[in-house]
Design a protein around this ligand. Structure first.
Ligand code: FEO
Length: 388
């Protein structure tokens, strides 16, 4: 990467699920970095324990005899999980972390207290001819996180922030459109709930001169402005003229309602991103939520409530806290139910206005199509007045 700065992580081409929750259609990587000063050697982050052999082989191949510090930017185990093994291999090594990270490492990985040095925001650590500066960046996406800036080489090691779940043989970003999609998906799934603190962190790192952004997932940025500009757009820009429509249909009524309604929105010049929840990858749904102004959930009635997959989509949307401004519900029922209350009750984190839902008895009829047209008109009007 630079003189005496090396990538020594692992590319996980085969992993397809992260945290037993997030689909990884393109695999991922766990980037660890070795920085050798003329006095001290540091390892920045480790790798997921499933890739233990790769990290250990890399250390052996590079003939690393001694590690003075293991910089732990984040306590989540895909980066910290190898700490116990690394400390066994390099018994002189001390872990460097924020005070909050220290307590998590003790609790999660049983690291002895005596092995951890805590660092304050903007504290420096000299490696001889190289200097590390630690920048506390809480809540990207855990409370204990920090970034590490290598001053002489102008490299910012950002751990999860600016990452992408993308297995690639490219150490640096080469194919920006592919990385952009993976980084946006990553932002949507992991960072979006923390938009407001990310704003503060983006402001904080503007003070640094940065030549390389080296995250702990996905390729390294030689042109940091690519990812900075993308984050500015995702974090700050107003939402677009887009409706996201996750739905389920059991016997075809809701499907007909969705088809009619999507056509009505498209006629009005609104972009629709439609997701059949029996088939969709939830990462695609999360990504679509980054730019959407409105969500409309489509559901049949199951045991007086929405279909469980719709409940999951509502829960996920609420947890991810996208920029949405409006919400509504369309769907069908046979003999009654409390679908509207149940779905709206799950969207309490969102600052959305509820537009009058259209819940139809059985298969849609002429008057129902009119109600759907009216909802499409309402959305168009709301978008006209709220998107600048
Ligand atoms: Fe890549 Fe929050 O761990």
């Amino acid at each position: 990467m630079r003189a005496n700065v090396h990538w020594i992580g692992a590319v996980d081409w085969d992993r397809r699920l992260f945290d037993e929750l997030i689909p990884l259609p393109d695999g991922t990587s766990y980037n660890a970095y070795l920085v050798k000063g003329n006095e001290k050697t540091v390892l920045i982050d480790t790798v997921d324990p499933t890739m233990a052999n790769v990290l250990i082989d890399n250390l052996h191949q590079m003939k690393v005899k001694n590690i003075d510090y293991v910089i732990t930017n984040h306590a989540e185990q895909d980066h910290s999980g190898m700490l116990p093994q690394v400390l066994k291999l390099y018994p002189n090594a001390m872990v460097v972390a924020t005070p909050r990270c220290r307590s998590l490492l003790i609790e999660l990985l049983l690291i002895p207290e005596s092995k951890i040095i805590t660092v304050e925001d903007r504290e420096n650590l000299s490696l001889g001819d190289k200097t590390l500066e630690f920048v506390h960046a809480p809540w990207v996406h855990w409370p204990e996180t920090m970034l590490t800036y290598l001053k002489e080489d102008k490299i910012l090691f950002t751990c999860d922030l600016f990452g992408s779940h993308l297995a690639t043989s490219d150490l640096y970003v080469k194919d920006w459109s592919t990385v952009y999609e993976a980084a946006k998906r990553y932002y949507a799934e992991i960072m979006m709930p923390f938009r407001t603190v990310i704003q503060k962190n983006l402001e904080k790192i503007q003070e640094l001169q940065i030549d390389l952004v080296a995250p702990s997932h996905g390729p390294i940025y030689e042109k940091p402005m690519l990812i900075f500009k993308a984050y500015e757009e995702w974090v700050y820009a107003p939402p677009k003229n887009i409706v996201v429509l996750p739905y389920i249909s059991m016997h075809g009524s809701t499907k007909k309602i969705v088809e009619y309604f999507v056509a009505a929105l498209v006629e009005r010049g609104i972009t629709v991103k439609q997701f059949n929840l029996t088939k969709t990858d939830i990462g695609k749904l999360a990504t679509a939520l980054v730019d959407a102004t409105t969500i409309v959930m489509g559901s049949p009635t199951v045991l007086v409530g929405p279909h469980p997959n719709v409940i999951y989509a509502a829960y996920l949307t609420n947890a991810l806290r996208p920029k949405l401004k409006f919400a509504s519900i369309i769907g069908s029922y046979g003999w009654g139910g409390r679908m509207i209350e149940q779905i709206t009750g799950m969207l309490s984190n969102l600052d959305v206005e509820l537009l009058k839902p259209v819940i139809i008895k059985g298969y849609p009829k002429e008057k129902d199509f009119k109600a759907l047209d009216k909802l499409a008109d309402d959305i168009l009007n709301k978008h006209k007045h709220s998107i600048h």
